[in-house]
Design a protein around this ligand. Sequence first.
Ligand code: AHR
Length: 675
Amino acid sequence: MKTSRIALAAFAILTIIAFAMIVFLLTIQPPTVSAQSSTITVQVDKPGAAIPSTQYGIFFEDINFAADGGIYPEQIKNRSFEFPVAMMGWQKIERNGAKGSLAVLNQEPINADNQHYLRASVEKSGDGFGLLNEGFRGIGVQKGAQYSFSIYARKTERAPINLRLELTDTKGQNIGQARLGGFTNQWRKHSITLRPSASETKAKLSIFIEGQGKIDLDMISLFPRETFKNRPNGLRADLTKLLADLKPGFVRFPGGCIVEGRDLKERYQWKTTIGDLVDRRLIINRWNVEFKSRNVERSAEDYYQSFGLGFYEYFQLCEDIGAEPLPILNCGMACQFNTNELAPLDKLDPYIQDALDLIEFANGSVATTWGRKRAQMGHPAPFNMKMLGVGNEQWGPQYIERYEPFAKALKAKYPNIKLISSAGPSPQGERFDFLWGKLKDLKADLVDEHYYMPPKWFLDNAGRYDNYPRTGPQVFAGEYAAHVPAKGRPDRPNNWEAALAEAAFLTGLERNADLVTMASYAPLFAHVEAWQWSPNLIWFDNLRSFGTPSYYTQKLFSTNRGTNILPVLLNGSTKNAQNDLYASATFDKRTGEIVLKVVNVSTSAKEVSINLAGAGKPGKAGKAFVLTAAELTAENSLNDPAKVAPVERQFAVPSNQFTYALAANSLTVLRIPGV
Ligand code: AHR
């Protein structure tokens, strides 16, 4: 009896130990590898259409302080006192015993496009009289770098007056100073260099007026010497490098809704954005008062367009980063989400003329009126523009009525310029179908589709173009971004979930690169303290910047473009999206590599069998670029800019058939050499 009780107890203990061991072993298992195996067949012997060099590009819009306060590195806000609240961004300084006044005047201005200036009248200098500029959410300066301070000045009295400049950090410490004099009674530009002794994201610039009397000041500028390619009036180096690193095929500019304006008076007019900076007339930015009605107040009363970054600089940017310029022009329609103001059909000529003149500005010889203006700005050679957008995100019969005369006039004079037309603001529905029907009939070149949709839409639409007709216009995926709901925060997150869905969708575009010849994420830039819209591709503050997971997704596609489509079968099927996998492949004639892109949206790692059908003997090792994150909610930030960034590794290619382990929730680009 006693023996059997002992045996029972021993049996119970052993059972518990065995059970505990099973539980333990189960918990230390490596992450699940999906049992369902998949085969990816790349039909190497069936190369298809060429992948256009324009396949992956950039959509630039001056939204979220992308231009002034962003890539255009002017540090002085309201430099020419043309904001309607004329002293916005400026403060009067009157230290101990100082007395004087500051007034914004418009008599005898620098010119008619720059009608206002500041008159400083000093009665007593005391411990300091002058004015201070707050910059764009502060002034960003780097220690030891050179900043050119320039000012237009005119003295109205005889007494000598000097300007003392002082850069201060957030504690009020002086981090740079200089003195400027020699003013006369004529408007003249004066400049001097400042070299800050410390880096500061939120510096302020004070201009003290030394001496007594009156002086007129205008076009006050603090501009970094170091710009991208060191162009004068150039672009912020770190932000432009992020663009150049994408190796974009095109840059679409300047928008977006700012092309349209809230009304036609506020539309973007390229002719007012070229020439000397003092000749560029400032206007309000359409995003200044936008989004007032949303839960979160994101409007920005200090958002204007100085046009320091104007059409000449956009063309120069394209040339500097090797991208085709794609300007978008107003077609006689103000934003249809705002006033929907229309230029009457019999009054479209000035709009059409602007488009014809732009082509001459970009491509005309120096003997032409507008070609000469380009040459005078420093670029005698043509910019070789090949595409032009007629209107931004317009819709309805009103658009077609305006597109038609534009297309007729532009094609008559410039038959080789490809015209981009609009499919409206959403990627489906009545408006979309109406526009596509009409644009097909009109034999449009490229139709611009916009997709701001949830991640699931992007997954569901990876096969969207497989059955689009090949006889009509080509597709420009002009504005895409997966929108994950904001949930308890003001912005929609730029997280890995969004970027992964975009990656899956991009495989669908790449498979159809004969039809979808251009694609760009939107919007491009956002200042972390001054944004109106989210998500965006790149975020920045006054000194730092980072690419989002969507940036790295796009970068992996654009820097691994290849030259020809290769058909891909997933588990024997030509259909994309099988067993949580999305794939596209290209051949790169320049390097002889097969480039396979695979997106695994499963939460499990997957071992896939890759079959390079019809290929010769491959090289022994390939290069893999893997973009993944531990959680779908992962995001990059100023402090952790590369939390989600591609990792490069080598992998073995023993033969034309090999296995590869795809990480869970990942985008993998495989470059397989020597086939
Ligand atoms: O990218 C932001 C806005 O979205 C663009 O200005 C407009 O074209 C679209 O509605």
